[in-house]
Design a protein around this ligand. Structure first.
Ligand SMILES: [Zn+2]
Length: 190
């Protein structure tokens, strides 16, 4: 995995968590990966800017087609509501490396922390794990071979596909359309 991302994630852990993680690291590399991924899933809120109010997944957002069209840009609508795919390399979020949280552009649900991101070189923002419960999945056969499609668990908006060729610690690659995401930096700005 991207070592900087790992270190950034560890730096955000409380000291006790860091010690526990280090203890487990010594046990085995496989175990290390699981612990790091679990810690990142637990501590994602430490990447939120102070006072940020985020919606809960239980508070489902259901809108009509017309309401979505008013709320989203045509590009966002194409991806989120029509399962479109943005052109590779077009998202400014490919180069986003600041600490923060990526939320759904449709409904604001937090989906990934910045510590879950890695540079896949594919031209789409990529992540090796997600905030727990953020997504639901389905199989799609659009490219003949089955792929696992994933969508926001709050508004149902399509985000991308998950593949099994990602980096440690999970081996997963969430290939996400940048236009379906909004980045909320921890330290404000942008
Ligand atoms: Zn959503």
């Amino acid at each position: 995995m991207n070592r900087r991302t790992l270190l950034r994630g560890l730096a955000a852990l409380p000291l006790s968590g860091l010690a526990a993680t280090h203890g487990a690291l010594a046990q085995s590399t496989a175990r290390k990966g699981i612990v790091v991924a679990e810690e990142l899933q637990k501590n994602w809120k430490s990447f939120l800017a102070d006072g940020t109010d985020v919606p809960s997944v239980a508070d489902k957002l259901k809108l009509s087609k017309d309401e979505w069209k008013q709320r989203l840009t045509p590009q966002q609508y194409s991806v989120l509501r029509d399962e479109g795919t943005e052109r590779a390399g077009t998202s400014p979020l490919n180069d986003e490396k600041r600490p923060g949280v990526f939320v759904c552009a449709g409904c604001g649900l937090p989906l990934f922390s910045s510590a879950m991101k890695f540079d896949s070189g594919t031209g789409w923002p990529s992540f090796f794990t997600t905030i727990p419960g953020a997504f639901e999945t389905s199989r799609d056969f659009k490219l003949i071979l089955p792929r696992t499609e994933y969508h926001c668990a709050r508004c149902g908006g399509h985000h991308g596909h998950v593949f099994g060729d990602g980096p440690a610690p999970t081996g997963q690659r969430y290939c996400n359309n940048g236009v379906a995401l909004k980045f909320v930096p921890k330290n404000g700005g942008a």
